[in-house]
Design a protein around this ligand. Structure first.
Ligand code: NAD
Ligand code: LMR
Length: 336
């Protein structure tokens, strides 16, 4: 038979789809950047009533773009319709941080959304639905979602720190003037906030087919232990300052990277950073949604074990864990 067998479409939910990340993200998904170039997709887009007209406009543009992989588009303000049978849920809906706002300021607005949407996902999504929370505070929103959707396996609920991971790769690549694809195995530990710890102690660069430690090639521990870390930690705020809007295209691209690697697997001998529930690895309180180095295979992530942690790293990993413990308490008080 000469007919090519077509794969079953995968249904992807994007919440907050009329917003700026949504606008950058849905065409990437429809082009195959998230699930691969041969994987048909159905897009479910959710937003709230005030954004309903804008959402309709996004749907019109998706139709006008005539994406070959796009097998259906639902644009709705009904959370039940949006969650129905979704295989992948990318939770972008919420209020972004504006200039001068701390991440804690967006907490009360956003955690209550995640509590409400947890039950819709639990009741209506596909049983093995994989969830990626992008909206801030991303780790704590994911934690709230996990607590209010107890029947979704905890391994299926993650948050986005891949943007920070990619930012770290980008900074090293700029510093050494090497291709970003030759830099690998940086780690983002902890919270998607300014307490995150971008760690290069295990990172390498491929030079003439050999892997060399980033520390050796950069050869400037003062820069790596100070400016580099601060730049990655503060990059979100720097983008807000420059654009008067928070990052969107890089966030959308990172969301595609996160889901692609989770479902299709990480490249050989390469790890990525994902916010996942802690099982106590590296002494991080179990049950927090904390960013770890992970490898992925056949749709499952595994925390990379056995990395040597020095005193400098230990202190930074604990500080960002402490912030997540405080966010958890604050989130719970917002929900009371
Ligand atoms: P935006 O304001 O442009 O879009 C957010 C959209 O969410 C809006 O269209 C809004 O109407 C919608 N929305 C609000 N409440 C909703 C609800 N209950 N259900 C569905 N939709 C709802 O914001 P943006 O720039 O696209 O950013 C979205 C979120 O992502 C923000 O919280 C931002 O801080 C966060 N963010 C996270 C990362 C990361 O790396 N984790 C990076 C960038 C931005
Ligand atoms: C980012 O990292 O760009 C976003 O999370 C925006 C922010 O509030 O920092």
């Amino acid at each position: 038979c000469l007919l090519k067998e077509e794969k079953e479409p995968i249904t992807v939910l994007v919440t907050g789809a009329a917003g700026q990340i949504g606008y950058a993200l849905v065409p990437m998904i429809a082009r195959g950047a998230m699930l691969g170039p041969n994987q048909p997709v159905i897009l479910h887009m959710l937003d709230i009533e005030p954004a309903a007209e804008a959402l309709k406009g996004v749907k019109m543009e998706l139709i006008d773009a005539a994406f070959p992989l796009l097998r259906g588009v639902v644009a709705t303000t009904d959370v039940v319709e949006a969650c129905k049978d979704v295989n992948v849920a990318v939770m972008v809906g919420g209020f972004p941080r504006k200039e001068g706002m701390e991440r804690k300021d967006v907490m009360s607005k956003n955690v209550s959304i995640y509590k409400a949407q947890a039950s819709a996902l639990e009741k209506h999504a596909a049983a093995d639905c994989k969830v990626l929370v992008v909206a801030n505070p991303a780790n704590t929103n994911a934690l709230i979602l996990k607590e209010f959707a107890p029947s979704i396996p905890e391994k299926n609920i993650t948050c986005l720190t891949r943007l920070d991971h990619n930012r770290a790769l980008g900074q090293i690549s700029e510093r050494l003037n090497v291709h970003v694809s030759d830099v690998k195995n940086v780690i983002i530990w902890g919270n998607h906030s300014s307490t995150q710890y971008p760690d290069v102690n295990h990172a390498t660069i491929t030079v003439s087919n050999a892997e060399k430690p980033v520390r050796e090639l950069v050869n400037d521990d003062t820069w790596l232990n100070n400016e580099f870390i601060a730049t990655v930690q503060q990059r979100g705020a720097a983008i807000i300052k420059a654009r008067k809007l928070s990052s969107a295209l890089s966030a959308a691209s990172a969301a595609c990277d996160h889901i692609r690697d989770w479902i299709l697997g990480t490249p050989k001998e390469t790890w990525v950073s994902m916010g996942v529930y802690s099982d106590g690895s590296y002494g991080i309180q179990a049950g927090l949604i904390y960013s770890f180095p992970v490898t992925c295979e056949k749709g499952d992530w595994t925390i990379v074990q056995g990395l040597k942690i020095d005193e400098f790293s230990r202190d930074k990993m604990d500080k960002t864990a402490q912030e997540l413990i405080e966010e958890k308490t604050l989130a719970k008080s917002c929900l009371e």
